[in-house]
Write a protein that binds this ligand. Structure first.
Ligand code: ZN
Length: 743
């Protein structure tokens, strides 16, 4: 692989053969990269997707275990040292599911996804998990129905202004805009007794395209299964063993003590089932932005529709099978490059997760071939196929907790994928690896346009940018920005709990669909509507494989701090802007309350209440953070110079060992041992899933969420904690630079 300038798009980007015999490689390692990139094959990706998605394979199912064993056998066949590690976790499955409208007429919801004739695996009824939300509590509740839009805190502020309460009611929320577990959490906080979640066709049904099987979108009776665990405010993983691995003898909480289960019963439904419920709501008209694409007038309620929801679960302990495979490092065996993707699915899961798992397996096969040809990675490579991701990151979290001490010592990085499609490379993760990921993306060819995937991602960012300022920033910056990691996949325990620098990668954007967590996420759907010739499956294997090669074989680890320092400047600016915006908004709203604006503009036939007056946020002291940023900037520049100066110089092994050890610690330093306020499992001071977002990241979360939740004195205490972590980071970078500067 040759590094390419973005403008050299017409050159062939991917060498398809090794250098001619006898021809010395320009740079050691380059020939192995060339060799590696030629190996992944779309046919193999296709065959693995077909095999692994042939039957339903959720936690505890026969095919889940068969898949784990099949994956294990492949790793062994390819020369890896592989084994299965088992954990015992709480995994509820439904015993009883009943949703019934009891007024104004009786009507029982189907809760059933029908077989589709052209789709052969959609009829595997005996092995499919029914539609349900895992970690909903048991319950039997009846009450008037209220439509709450996406069920977010701001939706309830709107309901307050409409004078509508959900106390004693069942809420009907639509999927989207948050982790699904946020919806029952917020509903319970407002006094609701039950929660139904449906997929509106505006979001992933016929509004977007034709529905399955004619098109990729969600059909009338398609249902999104999924976990509703309240992991953002407690912890992901097994609810009974927070903070420790769920091994046989682990101390377990009782189910009643588990902090992450919902407080009210929850059930997901299709839009076919939701339509008659919505049609039976009267009361206030839903605000315009709340209306979906069903052919009904969206009312909020409460009632007259009255609904009964009854759910009961088998609260079983089930095994999860993590496949863990290693290639030992030849020079630094105690520095680990960890790579993972889950293997369990809600049903057949051809897209989620098998499409990307198949790429992981192609990387593993290619590394096996390189081993036979004499390649020896300098660092240990650890490949993981996780079980139990869907219920709540069970396999990865329990493994990370069980091996916490060793991972803290040895893990250089964790690289995650989870589903892959057609389109643009999505990149998020630790900003100390931003430059490395950008470099890799410059060296991989996009299958559709034949330009580097980096160039295509940049084009997409430009096309999507909404302001001239944004476009200027994209054009003027050498590297594309990595998104921050929130949660929703297996990197969570690595980055948030252990402080292992983590990355999450995948292709997508041209593979819109509405089969997520339904029985239609299968080989038929994937080969008709997504990466049907599996060329993006190959591109993902090339992208991640190159990344792993560079991390495993670099003498000096490719951490870099200029992009990181720049990103911390941005996050600080965002924080200050957030506070200013809140100050202006609240001051203006208070003023309008005093002026009687709300009273005067309330339509007496459709009255709205004035919002309550609120305390205007005080000014906060950002000085500690600003001082830390100056130090960080200086250290990052110094390290960049020291690193450039060391290039081409043979560094003594002891120096490399010392610098690499410091670099590995550079993400650990960003943790606080006490963790974030009210959620000590989350220890990273720069990234966390939002307590009321779930998937979405909050950057500098202690301070940001304190401002959002109006805990201003808490924010004042959090800013110095973040500043201290950045000061420590700057000091660590300085020590690494000093080592490299020695003559
Ligand atoms: Zn997944």
């Amino acid at each position: 692989m040759r590094p390419l300038l973005a403008v050299a798009a017409a050159l062939p980007l991917v060498a398809v053969s090794a250098p001619a015999p006898g021809e010395p490689p320009a740079k050691p390692g380059r020939d192995w990269e060339d060799r590696f990139v030629a190996l992944p094959s779309p046919d193999n990706v296709r065959e693995a997707v077909r095999r692994l998605s042939a039957r339903p394979h959720h936690v505890g199912s026969a095919y889940d275990r068969e898949n784990a064993e099949w994956i294990l056998a492949r790793f062994r066949e390819w020369g890896w040292d592989a084994r299965i590690e088992t954990f015992d976790v709480l995994f509820p499955t439904p015993k009883e599911r009943l949703v019934e409208m009891v007024e104004p007429r009786r009507f029982r919801l189907g809760l059933e996804e029908p077989t589709v004739a052209v789709d052969p695996t959609s009829g595997q009824k005996a092995e499919q998990l029914p539609t349900y939300n895992a970690y909903s509590t048991d319950g039997d509740v009846t009450g008037p129905l209220v439509y709450v839009n996406y069920g977010l805190p701001e939706d309830y502020e709107q309901l307050d202004r409409l004078g509508v309460s959900v106390k004693g009611a069942l809420v009907l929320a639509r999927y989207g805009r948050s982790w699904r577990g946020i919806k029952p959490k917020v509903a319970a906080e407002h006094g609701a007794v039950g929660c139904l979640i449906y997929s509106d066709p505006r979001d992933d049904g016929y509004f977007g395209d034709d529905v399955f099987p004619a098109g990729p979108m969600r059909p009338k009776d398609g249902v999104q299964r999924g976990s509703v665990m309240d992991f953002p405010s407690s912890n992901p993983g097994d609810p009974l063993t927070p903070g420790v691995g769920a091994t046989k003898d682990a101390k377990r909480l009782s189910i009643e003590e588990a902090p992450s289960l919902t407080r009210i019963p929850v059930q997901p439904i299709s839009y076919g089932d939701a339509q008659p419920l919505l049609a039976a709501l009267a009361g206030r008209l839903a605000p315009e932005s709340w209306r979906g694409a069903l052919p009904v007038t969206y009312h909020v309620g409460p009632g007259p529709a009255k609904v009964r929801l009854k759910v009961a679960f088998n609260w079983d302990i089930k095994p999860v099978y993590d496949v863990v495979a290693r290639i030992p490092g030849s020079e630094w065996p105690d520095e680990w490059v960890v790579r993972g993707n889950h293997h369990d699915a809600w049903v057949n899961g051809a897209d989620d997760p098998v499409s990307a798992l198949a790429s992981l397996l192609e990387e593993a096969r290619a590394f096996g071939l390189l081993l036979k040809e004499g390649w020896k990675p300098k660092r240990t490579i650890v490949y993981c196929a996780w079980d139990g991701e869907e219920p709540m990151l069970l396999g990865s979290t329990e493994w990370a907790e069980a091996h916490a001490e060793e991972l803290r010592q040895k893990a250089v990085v964790y690289v995650n994928t989870d589903a892959n499609g057609r389109g643009y490379l999505g990149m998020s993760g630790s900003h100390t690896f931003e430059h490395l990921v950008n470099d890799v993306a410059r060296d991989v060819e996009d299958p559709e346009t034949k330009i580097p995937v980096w160039k295509r991602a940049q084009a997409k960012a430009l096309a999507d940018a909404s302001t001239a300022e944004e476009r200027k920033a994209i054009r003027g910056r050498a590297d594309l920005r990595l998104g921050p990691l929130g949660s929703g996949s297996d990197y969570t325990a690595f980055i948030d709990h252990l402080g292992v620098a983590s990355l999450n990668l995948g292709y997508g954007g041209e593979d819109d669909g509405g089969i997520y967590h339904s029985i239609y996420d299968d080989f038929y759907w994937y080969t008709h509507f997504s990466d049907s010739d599996f060329v993006y499956g190959r591109a993902l294997a090339q992208t991640v494989g190159l990344l792993v090669l560079r991390l495993a074989d670099a003498d000096l680890l490719p951490f870099e701090f200029a992009d990181f320092a720049d990103t911390m400047q941005e996050y600080t600016k965002d924080l200050k802007k957030l506070l200013e915006r809140k100050q202006e908004e609240i001051a203006e709203r208070n003023r309008q309350v005093e002026e009687g604006v709300f009273r005067a503009t309330s339509d007496p036939r459709r009255p709205t209440l004035a919002p309550p007056k609120e305390e205007v946020p005080p000014h906060l002291n950002f000085a500690p953070l600003e001082n830390a940023l100056v130090a960080l900037q200086r250290s990052a520049e110094r390290y960049g110079k020291a690193r450039a100066g060391a290039e081409g110089r043979a560094l003594p092994r002891e120096v490399l060992s010392r610098v690499n050890a410091l670099l590995i610690r550079s993400e650990r330093v960003l943790l606080s041992p006490e963790g974030l306020p009210r959620r000590p499992w989350y220890r990273h001071l720069l990234y966390a899933p939002g307590v009321y977002a779930g998937y979405g990241a909050k950057t500098m979360p202690g301070a940001r969420e304190a401002i959002e939740l109006k805990r201003y004195s808490e924010a004042d205490g959090e800013i110095p904690r973040i500043a201290k972590a950045l000061e420590d980071e700057a000091a660590l970078i300085d020590s690494a630079a000093a080592e490299l500067e020695r003559p």
